[in-house]
Design a binder for this molecule. Structure first.
Ligand SMILES: [Zn+2]
Length: 46
């Protein structure tokens, strides 16, 4: 599930599996589909 975070008056979307922050909800959702979880090394970046 994608979580939202506000930083510098911008909304960021955070992957709850690995903690990756992106500025687009669509990118975050796409990332999460490919994310391999809490290994610390995302399989998909941007
Ligand atoms: Zn992730």
């Amino acid at each position: 599930m994608v979580a939202t975070t506000e930083l510098d008056r911008m909304t960021w979307y955070r992957c709850e599996k690995c903690g990756l922050l992106v500025d687009s909800e669509m990118d975050a959702e796409q990332h999460e589909e490919c994310c391999d979880g809490d290994s610390g090394s995302p399989s998909y970046w941007w």
